[in-house]
Design a protein around this ligand. Structure first.
Ligand code: ADP
Ligand code: MG
Length: 253
């Protein structure tokens, strides 16, 4: 992936503490705390739990209170998107927000709008190496690509800014099972290459098989947290998300 960890590039650590956010008077998140350590952290939870709201609040797209820190340094809730990009934070939102009338290559170049031309060029080449499908289709209009290809383009475009923290909102939304696996493998590679990833994902089983750690959000609150393996084995996740009964230590009566 485009940004291998180096001596000059410490792995990013995100801390969220006492976060509250919502829409007007409607508070979705109250006093929420979590962190994303280097690696891949997944946020699970039912529709409407506040997962998208959480990513938007961290990215400063909606007002928030509480503290968000990247490597210990507070991020001002009023910071502009360009400030966040400079600090190494990127969000691939639901719906992808590509420029459908522009080519693959043009969309990627826009993702590197803040970096010097020479860096942009080398990142573009790296993006095409990491996402060969996009290289084959570099002149195709983004709006004419398949769902999976558009999602890859959105991710590759986010990587053009050289993020240290990449936030992904349901990258596998609408994809066929095989494409979901492909997408999660790419996300895993990005995390292994030194970008801290915080990902919302609905495919609970696959997400927990891919991630290092996770949180389960319900009605705006964290109801479970731990390593991916521990979550996959927890009775809450097994019953509510994996469709399995719990295995009680003592068989009932
Ligand atoms: N733009 C908005 N205006 C008002 N309410 C919203 C808006 N976006 C989401 N909500 C509400 O906030 C809650 C959490 O939504 P969301 O964060 O999108 O959940 P999730 O991503 O977990 O499905 C839901 O009750 C939803 O209806
Ligand atoms: Mg959502």
């Amino acid at each position: 992936m485009s940004s291998p960890p180096g001596a000059d590039r410490a792995l990013a650590h995100l801390e969220v503490e006492g976060l509250a956010a919502g829409y007007g008077a409607f508070l979705v998140l109250r006093d929420l705390s979590l962190e994303a350590l280097p690696g891949l952290t997944v946020i699970l939870g039912p529709n409407g739990a506040g997962k998208t709201t959480l990513l938007k609040a961290i990215a400063g797209l909606i007002p928030r209170s509480g503290r968000v820190r990247l490597d210990g340094a507070l991020i001002d809730p009023g910071a502009k998107t360009s400030d966040l990009v400079r600090r190494g934070i990127a969000l691939v939102a639901e719906g992808r927000q590509l420029f459908p009338q522009m080519s693959v290559a043009e969309n990627l170049e826009l993702g590197g709008w803040l970096v010097p031309g020479a860096v942009r060029q080398s990142r573009l080449e790296q993006a095409f190496a990491d996402f060969p499908r996009l290289a084959e289709r570099r002149r195709q209009l983004a709006g004419t690509m398949s769902g999976g290809e558009q999602q890859m383009l959105a991710m590759a475009r986010a990587m053009m800014s050289g993020p240290r923290l990449l936030m992904l909102d349901e990258p596998s939304l609408g994809l066929a099972p095989k494409k979901v696996d492909e997408m999660l493998a790419i996300v895993r590679r990005i995390a292994d290459s030194g970008t801290t990833v915080l990902m919302v994902e609905q495919n609970v089983r696959k997400a927990l098989a891919t991630a290092d750690r996770g949180y389960v959000l319900e009605r705006g609150r964290v109801v479970a947290a731990g390593t991916a393996a521990a979550l996959a084995g927890s009775s809450l996740v097994r019953q509510a998300y994996l469709g399995k009964g719990s295995t009680p230590a003592v068989a009932p009566g």
